[in-house]
Each structure stands twice: as structure tokens, then as C-alpha cells.
Design a protein around this ligand. Sequence first.
Ligand code: IMP
Length: 481
Amino acid sequence: MWSLKAPEALAIFRSLSLQCPLPPLPDCTPLDFHLKPKALRKTLPKMPNIAIIGGQWGDEGKGKIVDLITPAFEIVARFNGGHNAGHTVIRGDRKLVLHLIPSGILHEGVLCVLGPGLVIDPVALEAEAKVVESLGIDVWGNLAISDRAHVLLPHHRALDLMSEERKGSARIGTTGRGIGPCYEDKAARRGLRICDLLIRDRIDAKLQGSREHFEALCRGYGVTRDIDWAATADALEAFGARIAPRVRDVAALLHREMVGGYSVLYEGAQATLLDLDHGTYPFVTSSSAGIGGVVTGLGVPPSRIDGVIGIVKAYTTRVGTGPLPTEVKDEVGEALRERGGEYGATTGRPRRCGWFDAVVARYSARVNGFDGIVLTKLDVLDPLEEIPVCVGYRYRNTRLDDIPADIGIYEECTPIYENVKGWKTPTGDIREWLDLPQEARDYIKKISDLVGVEVPLVSIGPDREASVIDNNTRTSSWLRA
Ligand code: IMP
């Protein structure tokens, strides 16, 4: 499984780590052999570097779209979050849910990158790699892990659960995976990074800092939580040795490959309304899930982002708590959930369902600069006679056309709907744009007009083939792998 035996790798990295920052490995490492030969690449038109960003509250179907277009790219790079993400990819009759590893891993010869903006749980990463390997895929040979990414530790998970428990009805509804506390340690500058795993003394010192903070919190809360710190340190050292051959300065790696003419697909996790700065704070995740995360979470300059595609569901869902103005709590919402299979890919929780919210999509389009939006799960709306679309909000006696920062105001907002005629025809087998029912095209056009962004592709089922491209759009060429 590993290109170097653990003790060997550790010895190399111990000697390298004497120099700080960690120097990149020589160019002849196996990692670099996985990129397609440049001669072959030159025969193809150069694909721009594209970011795929969630435009609502997550679970829009980013995994499928990334999987669909990956063949046109040499590198797929994740820039935010951790194993709180759940990217579902369907292969024949197999359903694979990826949490940390980019969906690009399923394509031979594509290099997958975990950027500095991620928080990586060693146990989760290795367990996921095992599942993917069971499909006959070489995971480690195609993975580069940032030396600057943060390491998610057992006590982060304990803190996440404790914090949610204490909040009671005001809880965020996190995935309980320790994501928030790990980013807290990062911001408080006591985090443990991947490069630290290569030096035992560093592991011990960093764990000590984290442990003191954790135990002070536990004392304050009046609770005890048993963490075996010594075993954790041993496990981290062994993990560090195992991943050492895959650890890189990924910003330098991406820069080198882009200069060499290779294209990068930036794979977002979670979504704009869950972004720490631009989402519905405090009901958000703890990372930059919007376009800004590409720059900070990978170390690439904005000039290396050639296009941004927003992934937006034809209706709206949300897991966890927080405002969802178009939520439908009756049997209609229940029917959307059942038809759409709206259960969390990571936690299995039922997702809250509601109608398409153009205020949300417009906000996301503005924050991220969407060049196009892919509208997913259109087929879920097939049976409906009429489809409400939220075009604005009512707050007391005022109309709002944007998302208020004040969560109390947002919670009080009610949707202003316009009804669009349904098409009442199955769309799942359609493959040509003009074969979509006129009412479905009207619905897509309405959304495109309200958001002010073209819709180059709609998804009408979980399979790769269940996708219909509008060839008359500017961005459709980015989505044709
Ligand atoms: P955390 O990321 O586990 O801290 O959870 C914070 C909020 O983000 C909660 O409302 C979660 O349900 C939500 N969340 C985190 N990851 C995802 C995702 O991949 N899809 C949808 N919601 C998510």
C-alpha cells in the first residue's frame, strides 16, 4: 500500500524536518508520475481551472458533478472542511460516499489533493482509503496531503459533542465529528499540523497544549472525558510515518503543475450558506466553504481560478438547525424528502426540505461570482402540478431581497412565492436539452433569470449519464468531460 516502509519514511522525514519549512520531495517521486504525460495533454484543449461550490446549505450533489467532469482535469483539490462532508458518487449499482478524499480518486491518473484548509482525522482518512481501495483503486499513489493541514484529534470530537449537548435547543446540529473544535484550536494557534506528525517531540508538545486547554474546559463544565493521550501520540506518530511519502507543500505543487499546463478542479465541501463568514452564522460550519476558501485553503492566487460553477438543487434542503425560510413541514415536504432520498450522507439524519429559494441562490451567486449554475435533482419535482419559487422575503411589513446578517431577523422572514407550472412527466431518461418538457425549461429559465446566472446543465438522477447539457450556454464546455 505504501511506497516506503514506515520506519524508512520516518527516518527521511526526521532528517528533512530539521530544515523548516519542510522541503518538497524531489520531482522523481511516484506522486509526479501520476499526472498525464504532457505530450498527451498538449493534444487536448486546455481546460480552465474550475471551482465547484455549493450554492445552498450543502448536499446539492457536488460529488456527482465533480465525478462527471473530472476526466477533463489532471488534479482535483479539496480546500475546506473535513470528514463532515458527504459526497455521494454512484458507480453502476454501487453507491460510494466520500467524506475526505476528493471524488476525483475514482478516476485513474488524477492526482487528488487535500489542502492546508482541511482538518484531517487520521482514523477517518485511513478507514475511507480502505473502502476506496477495496474497489481496486490506488488511493495513496494518487493522493497528496498538505503539510499545513490540521489534524483532527479524539478530544475534538468529545468537545463537539459536549458543546452541542450543553447548547440544548440552541445547538447547531453539527455532524459531531469534531470539526468546529479542531478549527478552534487552529485559530487559537494550538493546533497540530500534518508536518508536526513527523517529529515525535512536536507531537508530544502540541498534544500537551491541546490537552491543557481541553482539561481546563472539562473542569469548567464539571465533566470528565477519558482520552488516552499516550496512545493518541503513538498512533499519530505511526500515522505520520505512513503518510510521509504523500505529504507535500501542496501550494507549491499546484503552482508547478499549473505552470506546466495542467488543470485543477477545486472541489468545495459544504456550501455558501454554511460558510463561516458568509453563511447563516452561527448555524454554519467552521471553514470557508465559498470561493474564498480556494485561495486560503489551497494557497493558490485568485488569478488561478478561471471559472466558478455553483451547484444548486432544484429545491432546498438543510441538515442541522438554523433558518430555512422555504421549509415545508407538512406531507408535501415529506414527499420531497422521500422522492429526493434526502437523508444525510454523513450522519443519515433526515434533511429538512423546502422550495427553491432564489434569494439564497442569488446571494451565493454574488458572493462566489458564479459563471453558471448546475441545477440538480430536477427530476424530484416531476410529479408536481405547481412549483412555488421563493422570489423574496417578507419581514414584518417589509420586503427583503437579500439575506439579513441578524439571525433573529432571518428566522422571522417568510417567503414570497411565485408559482410555476409543473411538467408532470418523468424526466429521468431525457438526455437532450430540447427533449425536456417545455414547463421544465420554463422552470429552469425562471431560476436562471431570478439568479442572474446561466444554467448550463441539469441533473435528473444520480448516475453520471442522467445529465442534460444546454449547449447554447457559455459554460457548457466546462461540463463536458
Ligand atoms: P459541522 O461542520 O459538523 O461543525 O456542522 C455544522 C453545520 O454544518 C451543521 O448544520 C451540519 O449539519 C452542517 N454540515 C456540515 N457538513 C455538511 C455537509 O456536507 N452537508 C450538509 N450540511 C453539512
